[in-house]
Design a binder for this molecule. Structure first.
Ligand SMILES: [Zn+2]
Length: 236
């Protein structure tokens, strides 16, 4: 291993496009800023190891392992019997922008982050998209909606936009929506996280919860498997 000594605000270059800067040193904790091209995934080592172990385990399933599973008779797919508590629209009737937000969430999951995705829509077109990158970037502000709004770039007005998120926005993201004057928010679910709908409504934002079962299942599974990352995300 190459060992270099650096002080606060000093930087190391790795190749031409990876920059590592010492941002802050407090006691035995060092905060490091990393800027790397999107194609290079940056993870904390323990998260990286966890992803590798999961991938390895998935790749190691052999046909013999499957023969030990109890045989389950094929279940008829109940396309026309939606769960009454969470009405889920058929694939072709689901909101395509929510589906795009789910794609973003799944991208985040693949990167080792939290599965929360967001898109910003104007005139039936996606003008910004993003996902939670708190873990990937080590950035507590990189919530899905903030990432989406950042990626959309500067806009002269938000009054004709709709913000989608797979999960009910927290106070941070609700605050951004209020600040920018976004009039309408559509969310995939609020079962796994209550968020701040009353705050947004009190500021005149229309909040619609689509009760999407895929969003509910995706988040519930993540919280089950990575409780510590989730509680860190919501500041608990
Ligand atoms: Zn948030």
């Amino acid at each position: 291993m190459l060992v270099l000594t650096r002080s606060r605000d000093e930087t190391i270059m790795i190749g031409d496009d990876v920059e590592v800067t010492v941002v802050d040193i407090r006691g035995d904790k060092v905060r490091i800023g990393i800027s790397a091209p999107r194609r290079i995934a940056v993870h904390r080592k323990e998260v990286y190891d966890q992803i590798r172990a999961e991938n390895k385990a998935a790749a190691e399933v052999k046909p013999a392992d499957l023969t030990h599973l109890p045989s389950i008779p094929p279940q008829p797919i109940a396309l026309n019997q939606p769960d009454p508590s969470f009405p889920r629209l058929a694939e072709d009737r689901r909101d395509p922008f929510l589906v795009a937000a789910i794609e973003e969430a799944r991208l985040g999951l693949k990167e080792g982050g939290l599965p929360i995705g967001s898109v910003l829509v104007r005139g039936n077109q996606i003008i910004g998209r993003g996902h939670n990158r708190r873990v990937q970037r080590g950035d507590p502000m990189a919530h899905a909606e903030i990432d989406c709004l950042t990626n959309a770039g500067r806009l002269s007005t938000y009054h004709d936009t709709i913000l989608y998120s797979t999960l009910m926005p927290c106070y941070l993201c609700s605050g951004a929506a209020v600040q920018f004057g976004i009039p309408k928010i559509l969310v995939g679910e609020s079962v796994n996280f209550a968020g701040a709908p009353s705050f947004m409504q009190s500021k005149g934002i229309e909040v619609i919860d689509l009760h999407d079962q895929e969003c509910i299942d995706m988040m519930a599974q993540f919280i089950r498997e990575h409780p510590q990352l989730w509680y860190e995300d919501i500041g608990k």
